[in-house]
Design a protein around this ligand. Structure first.
Ligand SMILES: C[S@@+](CC[C@H](N)C(=O)[O-])C[C@H]1O[C@@H](n2cnc3c(N)ncnc32)[C@H](O)[C@@H]1O
Length: 243
């Protein structure tokens, strides 16, 4: 059974205060990178895995998607998504991505932002998605970067010259990590970068592009607080297509 941390009050209150929660896609610094990989959405049926507050679902409809299915485990997240949405072509469905069912050959785009690093049964989910996508469809997603998820005790360490570095250990040991991010006891799944890529290939996807996101010069100038995100890759961004 998946951990439903977004329905824990302390976690949800802290998550709801993040810029990406309050400002939506514009508060997510990796969004410009993901956005440039998205196809023309006109008349596509779209699925958003771990849709959260539904920011991408609404954006996809503004860009002409015929329908959007937003899937999430958290009642808190879905309640906020529904309260922000007045569009009958967006359906929010409460479901666990660990055992998702989807209709076959239905969607022209699958999208997921920062949800798949919570999922243990990722090979199964990729297989279900592959079958749910139409020929030529895209699968665009982000996860926390493996350098970020690897450490047994994530955090900054001081080197011999008192410079801060992100301490990476246990990189080759894949599996759950329990971290204190926004609340104690958050469980994420660590996978190596090669594992993500090989799982996609084995599931019948071609890799179109990868990005190990860090802020651009322009983003740093506008938001100097992003500077630590240059010291380690924060997010892994993936654009794949049905092979
Ligand atoms: C970091 S939030 C991202 C939300 C949204 N995609 C965004 O970028 O704003 C991760 C989301 O994944 C959802 N999630 C985590 N594990 C899940 C699971 N097993 N099944 C479905 N949703 C899950 C959480 O409830 C949460 O809404």
């Amino acid at each position: 059974m998946a951990q439903n941390i977004y329905d824990r009050a302390e976690f949800f209150e802290n998550y709801a205060r993040l810029p990406r929660s309050e400002r939506g896609l514009l508060g997510a610094p990796e969004w410009p990178s993901l956005q440039r990989w998205l196809p023309d959405l006109q008349d596509l049926d779209v699925v958003d895995l771990g849709c959260g507050f539904g920011w991408f679902c609404r954006w996809a409809r503004e860009r002409g998607a015929a329908s959007v299915l937003g899937v999430d485990l958290s009642e808190n997240m879905l309640a906020r998504a529904r309260s922000l949405t007045t569009d009958g072509a967006i359906t929010y469905r409460r479901a666990d991505l660990e055992r998702l069912t989807l209709p076959e050959r239905r969607f022209g785009l699958a999208y997921s932002s920062l949800a798949l690093h919570y999922i243990e049964a990722l090979p199964e989910l990729f297989g279900i998605l592959r079958r749910a996508l139409l020929p030529e469809a895209r699968f665009v997603f982000s996860v926390e970067h493996p350098m970020y998820t690897a450490p047994a005790h994530p955090g900054w360490v001081l080197d011999a010259h008192q410079r801060e570095s992100w301490g990476v250990n246990q990189y080759a040991v894949e599996g759950p990590r329990t971290t204190d991010w926004l609340a104690p006891g958050v469980i994420k799944q660590h996978r190596r970068l090669a594992t993500y890529v090989n799982l996609l290939i084995a599931s019948g996807f071609q890799i179109a592009a990868l990005e190990e996101w860090s802020p651009s010069d322009e983003q740093l100038a506008a938001a100097p607080q992003l500077a630590p995100e240059r010291e380690r890759p924060t997010f892994l961004l993936v654009s794949a297509r049905v092979a």
